[in-house]
Design a protein around this ligand. Structure first.
Ligand SMILES: [Zn+2]
Length: 402
């Protein structure tokens, strides 16, 4: 390679990865070139593994706790049950009813499939468990959560598949199994997502979010949570008036990079009294106990693979959450897709771009994929490698800690 050597010394932070899917790989983390791995939990089998990994490598792992949409059917919404989380229903019947109500097409006539699914966990239990883990790790984030319109549940394991499966892989994922016809209803996915976003807001933690063909619905969910908390955005004229009348001095630095849908420069700013603890430029961002709100302060749409249009409303200046976008070699830079994602990367504000591996194993492969994605991002943005990696490192620090 005749390329400029990669500036690992600056500190490369993987914004989204799954090394606990391959537990033996965790031991290789101290030898990795990447400085920090933001490690996601996704399902019942990996929450404690993420916790353990973070406890054994506290300098290198930032743990995230959450429930992925691919496993959202395993969560039973008990919000409106008279005795929260407790009841004396027949457990088998309750399981059958639950899966019949959250899966589409209905699983009612498929007892073999339902039988192989786990007993669903009450949503209140998931939230209590996640809250406890977040309390244990004051820097931990919420993730991986989200919505997905294209996935289907894998079929039940056959005996032969079970006997030949790779035992180094943490159970619970698809592992090459055939897909069933069943999807999880989007309404149910929304309930599970929304509860976790509220928890992230309550504990003022950032969120790593998965969205496949659901950007509009994700935005709707966020708008429901944001309602009444929108940042007040003043026009230049209104701002000048206020300045004349009350002598308020605005910080104009926030005006940089603000472009509307047509690429025109905006002249807007937030009011000094607005909710700005989430603002990237806020001097209060490092306050020791940030306020509880019904929405997360910062959200990263990970491996964002949509077009530029859905991005714009996420960057609206009235949104009280700051939205970041991260990109991976695995999802974003696979051949023909570079064109579309390239336009997105070029159009984003410089301070909202993150790099990730999204990989299921730690070690040299993860470093390699991070380097590839980072080089690609720097090239698209026209950043020199050192300048670009500095920017990506600062972005990650601001995303995770405010
Ligand atoms: Zn992921």
């Amino acid at each position: 390679m005749s390329e400029e050597s990669f500036p690992w010394d600056i500190g490369v932070h993987d914004a989204h990865c799954h090394p606990t899917d391959t537990m033996p790989s965790i031991a290789s983390i101290p030898d990795m070139k990447a400085a920090t791995l933001t490690v996601m939990a996704t399902r019942g089998q990996d929450q404690s593994l993420v916790q353990q990994a973070a406890q054994s490598h506290p300098e290198r792992i930032l743990p995230c706790f959450g429930w992925h949409p691919w496993f959202s059917h395993q969560i039973r919404d008990d919000t409106n049950e008279p005795e929260h989380g407790k009841n004396d229903h027949d457990a088998t019947q309750q399981k059958i009813n639950h899966y019949a109500s959250v899966l589409t097409p209905s699983s009612v006539d498929d007892p073999t499939f339902v039988d192989a699914l786990p007993t669903p966990i009450p949503l209140s239990t998931l939230i209590a468990d996640t809250r406890a883990r977040l309390q244990l790790f004051p820097r931990a984030l919420v993730g991986e959560v989200g919505l997905d319109r294209s996935f289907r549940l894998p079929s039940a394991w056959t005996l032969q598949e079970l006997n030949t499966r790779d035992t180094q892989i943490t159970p619970g994922s698809r592992e090459g199994r055939r897909l069933s016809p069943y999807c999880v209803k989007l309404d149910h996915q929304r309930v599970v997502l929304k509860a976790q976003l509220r928890l992230a807001g309550e504990m003022a933690r950032a969120v790593s979010l998965h969205s496949v063909k659901t950007h509009g619905v994700v935005l709707d969910v966020l708008k429901e949570l944001w309602a009444g908390h929108e940042r007040v955005v003043l026009s230049k004229r209104a701002r000048e008036k206020l300045q004349d009348a009350e002598g308020v001095v605005f910080d104009d630095s926030e005006e940089e990079d603000q472009k509307d849908n047509n690429g025109k420069q905006h002249t807007t700013t937030t009011t000094p009294g607005g909710i700005n603890h989430t603002s990237a430029t806020s001097v209060h961002a490092a306050s020791p106990s940030p306020p509880s709100l019904p929405f997360p302060p910062r959200i990263c749409l990970h491996s964002y693979s949509g077009t530029i249009e859905p991005v714009r409303p996420f960057l609206n200046r009235s949104n009280p959450s700051d939205i970041y976008f991260s990109f991976s070699t695995v999802i974003n830079f696979g051949g023909a897709r570079v064109g579309k994602v390239g336009d997105v990367i070029k159009a984003l504000p410089a301070d909202r771009v993150l790099v990730e591996s999204d990989l299921h194993t730690a070690g040299p492969e993860m470093d390699e994929l991070l380097e590839q994605a980072a080089r690609q991002i720097c090239e698209l943005r026209g950043w020199g490698l050192r300048q670009g990696m500095q920017q990506l490192a600062e972005n990650w620090k601001r995303f995770v800690a405010g």
